[in-house]
Write a protein that binds this ligand. Structure first.
Ligand code: ARG
Length: 563
């Protein structure tokens, strides 16, 4: 049991309440001078029907003081608890070291299934920096939830359906060059697509050809499917290179086209449930009560839409995985889309629509404004990652040219920096991406956390193991105490990150832990002649190292021992 829970029990006994009721009320004061835990007694005033100061006084008199509490102060309506720091150090360090590889792990997920739809790239479209957030957030949630005992299914809902593929094949048949496509893949496809649009402005007949090719795809025509399959394979090959760099995994690549044969059943069901109405030639589901615009299900020419496919996909996911949660890590531009999809599912009578959640995030833009598909300037994610690695390598060449495994370390740091920065703020905020900030070793960045990890690794390596005991009383100063508190909070941070789908809780925690440790490191020598005290400080460094490494790995970031 952690200390806060144990304290809550004792308070509850003294106040005649339930332990978990009190636990919810217990706060951690921002200033440690006001205690390590505090109970705002006004929260109890309603239940106990007494004035807060009287409650505080009474609990202080009745409580059976736990061993780890050194002092209890009544401060007006607050009850402040001060921990015995030596006891605290002992208990945190033994908790972290006993957990070992499993520090922060939990079985709270109880094998319930969480489906996460993330990255979800589009065929024949570049994998650009805009996909970075979805990929990094989704992948972190994937790893964190697995660590918490959930069964996680990662889905890459490929954008592999739509009339644009008819245009692409028509363009290929007219002007395509196989060698060029095999060599340049997506950028060659993009060129064909752009050319098609230019020429179709002058020659309306081209659109006829595109429609005919799309019809062929719909009918499963052999040639159409062969060309389309080839485009798909080339696009995926490019994407998979990026996934490898980012250490990102998927369990399913079931994209939009996967649902073709599952759509008629959805349409039948909507008709049966009297939800489908004709509107200006199209078929829609009205969502007046939900105060949303109608969801278009079938266009007037009979083709289905993105939303239609998402209805089929959600039903499929429920049936196949029986999810506990079904998450969509997609930009906030698609807010309305997901509101509509979930509302239609609810109207169809599916209570599990409430278990579907749009995990929205903000836009990524580059500092110099180069990111804009519309202006034809696209920044490929692969290029960004490569550039980050190159920049890191040149920093290493300058500062530490003798480093072993330079290329590997540069890749761990450069790519880690990009992922960390993507996850560095509440996901809904827009991100301005800047290489200098991302790679800064002193800022609140990935390299800073990695650097702190190497600092711990290095002091541990320098220390000579011995069988003297450990004198943890040396860790009772403010700086060490702050490090210990941060360590102790790590499991809670993982739970919160999972609950709110916010990997940024983890990046923030790692920054705080690294800062707390560095502050300690500047003030105190770790290794000195006193073996028992040295052993305690080394144990602290080891706990910090392991926690940083675990936290980074849950974000998909490596932690080299030297840099
Ligand atoms: N391919 C889409 C895009 O790039 C994202 C798909 C998200 N997933 C979904 N089930 N709609 O915008």
């Amino acid at each position: 049991m952690d200390l806060k829970t144990a304290l809550a029990e004792k308070i509850a006994n003294a106040a005649g309440m339930q332990g978990d009721q009190v636990l919810e009320m217990l706060e951690t004061p921002p200033d440690p001078k006001m205690g390590d835990a505090a109970l705002p007694c006004f929260k109890l005033a309603k239940v106990l029907k007494k004035a807060p100061p009287a409650i505080a006084q009474e609990i202080a008199e009745n409580i059976e003081k736990p061993d780890f509490v050194s002092e209890i102060q009544v401060a007006g309506g607050y009850l402040n608890f001060f921990y015995d720091r030596t006891y605290y150090a002992q208990s945190v360090l033994s908790e972290v070291s006993a957990a070992g590889e499993n520090w922060g792990r939990s079985d709270i997920g109880d094998n319930k299934t969480i489906v996460i739809d993330y990255s979800s790239v589009n065929i024949a479209k570049p994998f650009h920096i805009g996909h970075l957030s979805s990929t990094a957030i989704g992948s972190a949630l994937y790893k964190i939830n697995k660590y918490l005992g959930y069964n996680v299914v990662g889905v890459n809902h490929l954008g592999d359906w739509g009339t644009q593929f008819g245009k692409l094949i028509a363009a290929y048949k007219l002007w395509g060059d196989d060698d060029e496509i095999n060599r340049d893949s997506v950028s060659a496809m993009l060129k064909l697509y752009v050319r098609f649009h230019e020429e179709a402005e002058k020659d309306e007949a081209l659109n006829e050809q595109a429609r005919a090719w799309f019809k062929k795809i719909e009918d499963g025509d052999e040639e159409a499917m062969r060309i389309f399959g080839w485009f798909k394979e080339l696009t995926l090959r490019e994407a998979k290179r990026v996934y490898e760099l980012l250490d990102v995994q998927f369990d399913s690549f079931a994209g939009e086209s996967f649902y073709n044969d599952k759509i008629p059943a959805v349409l039948d069901e909507l008709r049966e449930k009297n939800l489908l109405v004709k509107s200006e030639g199209a078929y829609v589901v009205r969502l007046d009560e939900e105060e949303l615009p109608p969801a278009i299900i079938l266009k007037s020419d009979g083709t289905t839409l993105y939303a239609t496919r998402d209805l089929a996909a959600a039903k499929y996911r429920k049936k196949t995985y029986d999810f506990y949660k079904n998450l969509y890590v997609v930009a906030y531009q698609q807010n309305l889309h997901f509101k509509q999809v979930f509302a239609v599912l609810k109207k169809m009578g599916y209570e599990w629509a409430d278990d579907c959640e749009h995990v929205a995030f903000g836009m990524v833009s580059l500092e110099d404004g180069t990111l804009s598909t519309r202006h034809g300037k696209i920044v490929l994610l692969e290029d960004v990652l490569k550039k980050a690695v190159e920049k890191t390598l040149s920093i290493i060449e300058e500062k530490n040219p003798a480093l072993e495994d330079k290329e590997q370390v540069a890749s761990d740091i450069g790519i880690g920096a990009v992922i960390f920065s993507t996850l560095s703020q509440s996901r809904i905020k827009d991100i301005m991406f800047s290489f200098d900030r991302v790679l800064n070793f002193d800022g609140e960045t990935g390299p800073y956390v990695q650097y702190t990890h190497t600092r711990c690794a290095s002091v541990i390596t320098r220390h000579e193991a011995n069988d003297a005991g450990m004198d943890v009383s040396v860790l009772s100063n403010d700086e060490a105490f702050a490090v210990l508190k941060s360590l102790a909070g790590f499991p809670q941070t993982l739970l919160a990150a999972s609950e709110k789908n916010e990997p940024f809780y983890v990046t923030r925690h790692l920054i705080e832990l690294a800062q707390a440790f560095n502050k300690y490191y500047y003030e105190y020598r770790i290794i000195d002649d006193n073996k028992e005290q040295t052993n305690a400080r080394i144990a602290l460094a080891r706990a910090v190292k392991d926690t940083l490494k675990r936290g980074l790995s849950l974000l998909g970031i490596k932690a080299p021992n030297k840099m």
